[in-house]
Design a protein. Structure first.
Length: 298
């Protein structure tokens, strides 16, 4: 930057006053310039640390994370600590006074457990929380199980973001948390996913086997040449077969053929156990893909 007065390039930024000053002629070019960097704080005998300068809005909490919280010190007397516990109890009750706020708080707590079971990041949890708020505002959650709605929204978001979470994994998490049988959990997941995607106008893409290759390869400790060969074989699989077979089944079959091509020893039973599919289904799918690759000359 050059000075508009003397056309010198010796312009200095004074971070304390927030001013741009020309060191040649002394002209103050800009004053009260805002500092867009992070805020830092320091305490005596401690290094400077970054302060929390975020807006504090958290959609994964029922009050968006802007409610006040307090705690008691251990230096207080027992009577004062008892008073503080009672105050904290009433504070928690006031933060969720109505039935709608209480149900939303319980649902978001249950969502946190579901995301922990599926190892989902906080960004995905925040997106599911926003969708649940929309579903609740549209009165789609009334008379329906909270776990079923949360599992369906989780499945939809994972499909939209291309996260390698199979339908069976969500069903198993729903089965454990809601105490349902596997057949009822699968039926409710499919029914609620179809209902919510229709009412909220959400597009649910079909799962691709490419999304599961890296995850299954990491579980089996496969080498990089095997993973690269698996991606090549997966691109050679026709779309017609991808639409007919489950994505996890195709990913397992492709990994088996890739390990066979690179000479890496992976038994079909071990691969089927890691992927969560049957050995016979894996064998038939691998044979089908082998014939297709042979016909294509690969």
């Amino acid at each position: 930057m050059r000075c508009p007065s003397c056309d010198a390039s010796s312009v200095l930024l004074d971070r304390l006053s927030g001013e741009l000053i020309c060191t040649r002629c002394g002209l103050v070019i800009l004053e009260k310039l805002p500092d867009l960097g992070p805020e830092w704080r320091s305490r005596p005998d401690e290094d400077a640390v970054r302060a929390d300068v975020t807006a504090g809005v958290d959609v994964t909490r029922h009050d968006l994370g802007i409610g006040s919280e307090f705690d008691s010190s251990g230096e207080l007397s027992p009577s004062w600590r008892a008073r503080m516990r009672r105050l904290r109890m009433w504070q928690d009750r006031c933060r969720a006074s109505s039935y709608g706020e209480k149900s939303l708080r319980e649902a978001l707590i249950e969502l946190d457990k579901l995301c922990e079971d599926l190892l989902l990041p906080k960004a995905v949890k925040a997106e599911i929380s926003s969708l649940y708020r929309k579903a609740k505002a549209a009165r789609l959650t009334m008379g329906r199980g909270t776990w079923q709605v949360l599992a369906a929204l989780t499945f939809i978001v994972c499909r939209q973001r291309g996260l390698p979470r199979a339908e069976g994994e969500v069903v198993r998490a729903l089965k454990v948390r809601a105490g349902l049988s596997e057949r009822i959990a699968l039926k409710s997941l499919r029914r609620f996913s179809k209902l919510l995607s229709k009412e909220l106008k959400l597009e649910v893409p079909r799962a691709c086997p490419e999304d599961y290759l890296d995850r299954f390869a990491t579980q089996l400790n496969l080498s990089r040449p095997t993973v690269a060969r698996a991606h090549e074989l997966c691109r050679a699989v026709p779309d017609r077969l991808k639409n007919l077979k489950p994505a996890t089944l195709l990913a397992g079959a492709v990994l088996y053929l890739a390990a066979e091509a690179t000479g890496e020893k992976v038994t079909m039973r071990k691969l089927a156990s890691a992927v969560g599919i049957g050995v016979s289904s894996l064998c038939k799918t691998a044979s089908c893909i082998r014939e297709i690759i042979a016909c294509q000359g690969g």
